[in-house]
Ligand binder design. Structure first.
Ligand code: DGY
Length: 329
């Protein structure tokens, strides 16, 4: 029997490639950038499994191209807004993501952005390197305190909770707004529930966004929401760029409606170097590196590989997001 064919749209950590190569006919796209649409459509029709990243559009056209052969799309991310799960389910294609392995690493980065923005770390580093730092001055590079401040978590999933835990270690007060109230977590960690977004935003010195991207959360933070925040507030986004309206954010920071922002995700990605947000010294932008530690990226890749192998063997997948597809497939 020929081995099942798998197409990975990027080079993966070695452990994951070895796992896949042991049981499948694995093709790995060798370039740093994603395969073209034509290549992806062609492979969808020729393969049993695709291992995709957030940059690969798993829309209905792609899934239709795999009709008859494609069994699983394993997304190398916890978020799967790039995959049309409804179409996948209709076509009996399983979709998987990578939960439980990246939450702490992503929370570390969210906290790094809180600190880097509040204490103007990148700005200071840029000035030192460029020879612009001439002398110590009482009014130079003054930022915002983190200890004693209030952090609002928007979306108290696993990553939001990990950020809250870090904040408690920094003597912050933590409130949250989430689709579902979590009384156990409130009790265990002393978190304050805010029944609506505006109340959470109004209370906070720092706001950290942890909602998945969906039609409901597209531009969840726009001009109106920014206007209820404190003038000294900092917004941090490590979820998906389109959850925040970037132009509204730019205007809000420029006009002093809020103090600054730390963004690991933007709309678009990458943000063009001449984007107005990048002219603001109190805006810090990183290149979507929330999960980017060696350990975590390896764990994500291995989990994606295990999802593929389990699906191809007809075994329970570790993290399938559309179990109904398996019943149809
Ligand atoms: C995810 O897992 O959704 C990240 O954004 C990719 O690192």
């Amino acid at each position: 029997m020929p081995m099942p064919k798998v197409f990975a749209t990027r080079v993966l950590p070695r452990e994951a490639q070895e796992l896949l190569a042991a049981e499948t006919d694995l093709e790995v796209w060798p370039d740093h950038t994603k395969p073209s649409r034509e290549v992806l459509l062609e492979r969808a029709g020729q393969c049993d499994a695709l291992l995709t990243t957030i940059e690969d559009a798993g829309d209905s056209e792609l899934l239709e191209a795999g009709r008859g052969r494609l069994k699983v799309v394993a997304n190398f991310a916890v978020g799967y807004n790039n995959i049309d799960v409804a179409s996948a389910t209709r076509l009996g294609v399983a979709v998987s993501n990578t939960p439980q392995v990246l939450e702490k690493t992503t929370a570390d980065l969210a906290f790094a952005l809180i600190m880097a923005t509040a204490r103007r770390v990148p700005e200071g580093d840029r000035d030192v390197r460029a020879g612009r730092w001439m002398n110590w001055h009482p009014l130079s590079y003054v930022g915002r305190d983190i200890h004693g401040a209030t952090l609002a978590i928007i979306g108290l999933g696993q990553i939001g909770l990990e950020v809250a835990k870090r904040a408690l270690g920094f003597d912050m007060q933590v409130c949250y707004h989430s689709r579902t109230r979590k009384p156990n977590l409130e009790q265990r960690y002393g978190l304050d529930w805010r029944p609506n977004l505006a109340l959470a935003l109004r209370a906070a010195d720092y706001v950290s966004i942890h909602t998945p991207l969906s039609p409901e959360t597209h531009h969840l933070i726009g001009r109106r929401e920014l206007e209820v925040m404190k003038p000294a507030a900092i917004l941090v986004n490590t979820s998906r760029g389109p959850v925040v309206d970037n132009m509204a954010l730019y205007e809000a920071v420029r006009d002093g409606v809020i103090w600054g922002a730390g963004l690991d995700v933007t709309e678009p990605e990458p943000l063009p170097p001449d984007h107005p947000l990048l002219t603001l010294p109190t805006v810090v932008v990183t290149p979507h590196i929330g999960s980017a530690s060696t350990q975590t990226r390896t764990a994500m890749a291995v989990l994606a590989a295990r999802n593929i192998l389990a699906c191809l063997r007809g075994e329970p997948m570790p993290s399938c997001v559309n179990l109904e597809a398996l019943r149809r497939g």
